[in-house]
Design a protein around this ligand. Structure first.
Ligand code: CUA
Length: 372
């Protein structure tokens, strides 16, 4: 009998340790998408609010469960007990359980409302404003041109921002509802077609942050990711200026062949190779590829081009491009390039990887990876 009880106690102890460890690892602050490591004022205010609400919830939990446990032990039925004393109504108790929760709800509501308004209204309307446009399944980013207010610069999959500055974000979508989320910098805001949702973000320190679409938007919702590159102001300015320039033209014959093929095979129908456009011009269906070879990731986060030093590695980039151009459907089922792209659809409209030859692939990879 005692053995069984001891065994039970041991098992319970073990289960508790495992549960606590699981919880601890689940909340490990260095995880790339953990909201427990807030690295900007928006995320920080939201994290504080989370703790306030969790604290209020914990007070309610302990009080209610404690009262229940106290009551069932103290007033449990004992041998020989008759019908207990019957009561109807208790004004003091009723007053207490109405006023108590009211105070608690107000205590939660005030910081909630303050945080919502603080996060909704930008503290600096004149700060850098980035247009973020959702596509199934990748993110397009548009920056104001550094010299020409009529123009903007299109980029994709990597969002560059200067640190310690407010960055205003205008959110839109060309197809379905997506949601913009950088867990360590700010909570999510929906990207609704034709609706002008806005938010503001700010990063406290330089580095790489992970972003993710947070609204189910089709089969590849999970592969709709982006990276945020937070830089110092001078680094950011230099980067933006470089994006305003066309890619350096390589004289390599294979690159020249790839460039020709890029038009003749139909790639250029969906992918622009000029990053500068008049403000508000709708982009093409696929990501702008002007400086694609300088991006940390491809195809909405399917491929990572970074090596262990955190820099874009040419051989990774070329391998990733080859994999992607060879069989886009295999890597990201249902994506537009596979379902509509001229090089991937036979005369009956069926997906095929037979149209591009090995030589075509090499030429296209050479050209696209030259776009720095
Ligand atoms: Cu876009 Cu989920």
């Amino acid at each position: 009998m005692f053995k069984v009880i001891r065994r039970g106690t041991q098992l319970l102890g073990l289960a508790t340790v495992i549960a606590l460890l699981t919880l601890a690892f689940g909340c490990y602050p260095n995880d790339p998408q953990s909201t427990f490591e807030a690295l900007g004022p928006v995320a920080e205010s939201q994290l504080i609010l989370f703790w306030v609400i969790l604290g209020a919830g914990a007070i309610v939990f302990v009080a209610v469960e404690g009262a229940i446990i106290y009551t069932i032990i103290k007033y449990r039925r004992r041998r020989g007990d008759g019908i207990p004393h019957q009561t109807e109504g208790n004004h003091t108790l009723e007053f207490a359980w109405t006023v108590g929760p009211t105070i608690l709800l107000v205590a939660v509501a005030v910081p909630t409302v303050i945080t919502i308004f603080d996060n909704q209204v930008t503290p600096d309307p004149d700060a850098l404003t980035v247009e973020v446009i959702g596509h199934q399944w990748w993110f397009e980013f548009r920056y104001p041109h550094p010299d020409d207010p009529e123009k903007e610069i299109i980029f994709a999959n990597d969002l560059h921002i200067p640190i310690n500055e407010v960055v205003n974000v205008n959110l839109d979508s060309v197809d379905v509802i997506h949601s913009f989320w950088i867990p360590k910098i700010a909570g999510k805001v929906d990207m609704v077609p034709g609706n002008d949702n806005t938010m503001w973000i700010q990063a406290d320190r330089t580095g790489l942050y992970y972003g993710q679409c947070a609204e189910f938007c089709g089969v590849q919702h999970a592969k709709m990711r982006f990276k945020v590159i937070a830089q110092t102001r001078p680094e950011f300015d230099a980067w933006l200026r470089a994006q305003a320039e066309p890619a350096i033209e390589s004289q390599d014959p294979l690159v020249a062949e790839g460039r020709k093929l890029f038009s003749s095979a139909g790639c250029s129908g969906c992918h622009a190779t000029d990053a500068v456009t008049t403000k508000g011009t709708p982009g093409r269906e696929g990501p702008n590829l002007t400086h694609v070879a300088s991006r940390t990731n491809l195809a909405g986060g399917v491929f990572d081009n970074l090596d262990e030093n955190g820099t874009v590695n040419d051989s990774y980039l070329q391998r990733n491009l080859r994999n992607w151009i060879e069989d886009p459907e295999g890597w990201k089922t249902g994506n537009l390039m596979a379902t509509r792209g001229q090089p991937y659809n036979d005369d009956d409209g069926n997906y095929t990887t037979d149209i591009l030859s090995e030589a075509d692939l090499s030429a296209l990879v050479a050209y696209v990876s030259s776009l720095k």
